[in-house]
Design a protein around this ligand. Structure first.
Ligand code: PGA
Length: 252
């Protein structure tokens, strides 16, 4: 890992932990994870639990908040949805865009991820663009093509300056929630491809864009993945739900 990129440890709680549970979990986590200035922690609770988590993290500038998804529109008649502006108002600084569950369970397209990234930036927030291939795509040798298509589409409506300040997460779909993790070498190989595409878009400052790995990260494999070349952080689902284990990953 290049020394100028501070590792980012991001927790994606998905549809887990309502406000009461979220408050208890974050409190235990904060007791276990002392603030350190060489790490950034980002919590992505369900939007409905954001206020509860925010309440407990007010004193902790090392812990940032985000939401897991926003709508493509600024506002309007979209029952059940939230906008990037609302997420900002509620205290979020980051938004996951194009998570594989959004893409594959909810049919989100590359065009929508592009619109969402643009909305997120317009609301003053930072997108964390998620990209990753399905198992059959990997087996057909299409990993690079799939990841680059998703990446280029996702940043297509952003200005160069906005790409420079965003984050990217590589999450092979076959590794998400399956217990099957990419090896550090697998992650490095794809992260290199992503870094090169970012360099084509923004020049040398692509070196400053954090590229996180996600997919069955746990307390046992976190340190090795984080130490891998080109891996600047981790996006963790299942293993971030339990606060003691999450604190140990954040200390990896
Ligand atoms: P997982 O999920 O850690 O449970 O595999 C990662 C993610 O989907 O962000």
């Amino acid at each position: 890992m290049a020394s100028h990129r501070r590792p980012v440890l991001a927790a994606n709680w998905k549809m887990n932990h309502g406000p009461t549970e979220a408050a208890a979990v974050i409190e235990t986590f904060l007791q276990r994870h002392a603030a350190r200035d060489d790490r950034t922690v980002i919590m992505f609770p369900p939007a409905i639990s954001l206020a509860a988590v925010r309440e407990h993290t007010r004193e902790r500038t090392d812990v940032k908040l985000g939401v897991q998804n926003v709508h493509t529109a600024e506002k309007g008649a979209f029952t059940g949805e939230i906008s990037a502006g609302m997420a900002a108002d509620a205290g979020a600084s980051f938004v996951l865009v194009g998570h594989s569950e959004r893409r594959h369970l909810f049919g989100e397209t590359d065009e929508q991820t592009a619109q969402k990234c643009a909305r997120v930036v317009a609301a003053g927030l930072t997108p964390v663009l998620c990209v990753g291939e399905l198992l059959e795509q990997r087996e057909r040798g299409e990993t690079e093509t799939v990841v680059l298509t998703q990446l280029r589409a996702g940043v297509s409506q952003l200005a160069v300056g906005d790409v420079r300040t965003m984050l990217v997460a590589y999450e092979p779909v076959w590794a998400i929630g399956t217990g099957r993790t990419a090896t550090p070498a697998d992650a490095t190989a794809v992260h290199r491809v992503i870094r090169e595409a970012l360099r084509e878009r923004v020049g040398a400052s692509a070196l400053d864009i954090p590229i996180l790995y996600g997919g069955s990260v746990n307390a046992s494999n976190a340190a090795a993945l984080l130490a891998a070349d080109q891996v600047d952080g981790l996006l963790v689902g299942g293993a971030s739900l339990e606060p003691v284990g999450w604190a140990s990953i954040c200390g990896a």
